[in-house]
Design a binder for this molecule. Structure first.
Ligand SMILES: [Zn+2]
Length: 251
């Protein structure tokens, strides 16, 4: 009898120690996974639950599908194709999301442009933080891509890369350079460019400024939404955002 109790106690001890080992191992690997997606320990909203908590606390922080809210807007999401500087397909689908206030402003821009027979073309909008890590893996240079140590304003759903299109032809207006040209010519104030390109660039910058955006000095197509600092970095995939149904339409 005494031997039985001793054996049972030993078995229990072994089970407990094994369980503890498993727990430490699982926690460790989860932590490693988390670190891989957030190696700089930034405040990043990732995962559906964290995002739902965020938008319940502040509904202005919702990320909305730009195409659904601004139906006429043209999308040319380069990172959903291999036609971009990485020569790789980075996004799983050609989608454009941005925070509610950003989308409202884009709707204002689009409405005003339509009176001139013009519209916006979007190359990129909200970019999950994971994509910024991927860009960094490919090109280790802050002149070309945002440093993952700080994240990009695109990760905050507060930046858009845009150009102008003629509504009749659907063609892009002449601009100083193509999208993601990393030469000085892409600078928002660069002077040695054809007059038409200069006027078109000015038209884009002034309308975007009127609706609360600031152009990035080295990229005529990149606009930050004023107040971007109030929005967290995000790492939700487009698919994650699609599955969250409680995102009402703007009225
Ligand atoms: Zn950009």
């Amino acid at each position: 009898m005494h031997e039985d109790i001793k054996n049972n106690l030993t078995a229990m001890k072994i089970t407990l120690v094994t369980a503890l080992f498993i727990l430490v191992f699982v926690a460790g690997s989860l932590n490693a996974q988390e670190n891989k997606r957030n190696p700089y320990h930034l405040n990043i909203i990732s995962g559906r639950e964290a995002y739902i908590r965020l938008i319940r606390a502040d509904s202005l922080k919702r990320l909305l599908d730009i195409r659904k809210e601004v139906p006429g807007i043209v999308l040319d999401i380069r990172y959903a194709t291999s036609n971009n500087f990485t020569h790789k397909k980075v996004y799983t689908s050609a989608r454009a999301f941005a925070r509610l206030k950003v989308v409202r402003s884009l709707a204002g821009v689009e409405n005003e442009l339509s009176k001139r027979g013009l519209g916006l073309k979007v190359f990129d909008a909200y970019r999950p933080y994971t994509a910024t890590l991927l860009f960094w893996d490919i090109i280790h240079d802050t002149a070309y891509v945002a440093s993952p140590a700080t994240g990009s304003r695109h990760n905050r759903g507060c930046a858009v890369d845009v150009s102008l299109v003629d509504l009749k032809t659907g063609k892009e207006l002449q601009m100083p350079t193509p999208f993601d040209d990393f030469t000085p010519k892409a600078g928002s104030a660069y002077r040695e460019i054809p007059q038409t390109a200069k006027l078109n660039r000015q038209q884009l910058i002034s309308i975007m400024s009127a609706w609360g955006f600031t152009v990035y000095p080295s990229e005529w197509w990149h606009f930050d939404f004023n107040g971007w600092k109030d929005y967290e970095l995000m790492d939700l995939s487009f698919e994650d955002l699609d599955t969250i149904k409680d995102q009402p339409v703007i009225h």
